[in-house]
Design a protein around this ligand. Structure first.
Ligand code: SF4
Ligand code: SF4
Length: 338
């Protein structure tokens, strides 16, 4: 039986800190004194206007501290250019959005490391992924709070806790693997011929000989995405696979693999407020498509996302993102026993 609870927002002014405090009080507290607890969230792309304000993360952090835990807040770097492509830029963006250790009372961390290489492969054993590669945050934390802004998304229809665990924990290479089946295509105008892609290519598919540009042997290429993800110049592009059902399944597989690892000591919270057309990865103002609803807490990301979608109504997202087979996320989650 689903195990979740809800706190509505009735105040006229954001941020809704008191309702979140009430919600936190309803959890069966899973952490032990002294536990290091990672709070996974998204502090918004540079220039984004709809990200969750740091007041909520601060409330969660202080709730954990009051019970003897040692929280830290984290996210991972992203593929696209902007204010979160590198760890350094992402921390600057976090600080600009108010996510500072001083305000939050705890450290702010980039899980995949300052160079994007602090990653680890964990077992998956599903049809798309035998393993998934994620930021290596597991040694740092005994437990997790998955705190997500529930809103629309152009490829998955909605983004909540499933997406926060899946894309949110994923290394840049894993993000690429989820997004497409692809071959690297070089934009010579951007390439500095630094050779990094050839150094990191696991199959020697990428090679370079001075003074030429790198070349990619597609017979050897396994589509691991490492070169595209790691090129600091964004000189490599992907061939986009438009099969949306595969994307939904890959999203679920990555989340399920992470969840298997963290489920014993994790709680999940979705914030149904400032529900926008698109995710907080986009810069600029994002149209709001629903009134503020409240917070949903629980112990499983699929349950909490399903309930969030019911409360907000799938139709508000389907109007702005027609044709996405989002139902596959839930049917596939059941098939693989997520
Ligand atoms: S890593 Fe990027 S910039 Fe460097 S050689 Fe490869 S494609 Fe060019
Ligand atoms: S995708 Fe992976 S295997 Fe293919 S060229 Fe890039 S690093 Fe090498």
């Amino acid at each position: 039986m689903a195990d979740f609870f809800f706190e509505s927002v009735t105040e006229k002014k954001r941020p809704y800190v008191a309702p979140l405090r009430h919600l936190l009080g309803k959890f069966r507290y899973p952490f032990a004194p002294g536990d290091s607890v990672g709070i996974k969230l998204h502090w918004g792309e540079k220039g984004n206007k709809s990200y969750l304000p740091p007041d909520y993360a601060g409330e969660i952090s202080h709730w954990l501290i009051a019970q003897g835990a040692k929280p830290f807040i984290f996210d991972t770097t992203v593929l696209y250019s902007g204010g979160r492509h590198t760890a350094e830029d992402s921390l600057k963006t976090a600080a600009a959005h108010g996510y500072t250790p001083e305000f939050l009372g705890c450290p702010v961390v980039i899980a995949d490391g300052m160079d994007g290489r602090n990653v680890v492969s964990i077992p998956a054993g599903y049809k798309h992924f035998e393993t998934v590669q994620v930021g290596n945050v597991f040694d740092k934390a005994q437990g997790f709070v998955i705190f997500s802004h529930f809103k629309g998304h152009m490829v998955s229809l909605f983004g909540g806790s499933i997406k926060n665990i899946s894309m949110g924990f994923a290394s840049r290479a894993q993000k690429q693997r989820m997004h497409s089946d692809y071959h690297p295509i070089l934009n010579k105008k951007k390439c500095t011929r630094c050779g990094l892609c050839t150094e990191i290519c696991p199959t020697k598919a990428a090679s370079i000989s001075e003074p030429d540009y790198p070349v990619y042997d597609l017979k050897k290429c396994i589509g691991c995405a490492q070169c595209i993800a790691m090129c600091q110049e964004s000189a490599l592009k992907i061939f986009w696979d438009s099969d949306m059902t595969v994307f939904q399944e890959k999203l679920i597989e990555t989340a399920a693999a992470v969840w298997k690892k963290i489920q014993d000591k994790s709680i999940v919270i979705n914030s149904l407020m400032n529900i926008t057309v698109e995710c907080d990865c986009l810069a600029g103002k994002n149209p709001v498509i629903s009134k503020d609803i409240g917070f949903i807490g629980g112990y499983h990301p699929v349950e909490v996302d399903e309930e969030s979608l019911k409360m907000a109504g799938a139709d508000i997202f389907e109007k702005v993102h027609p044709g996405i087979p989002w139902q596959r996320q839930f049917s596939y989650a059941r098939e693989i026993d997520f």
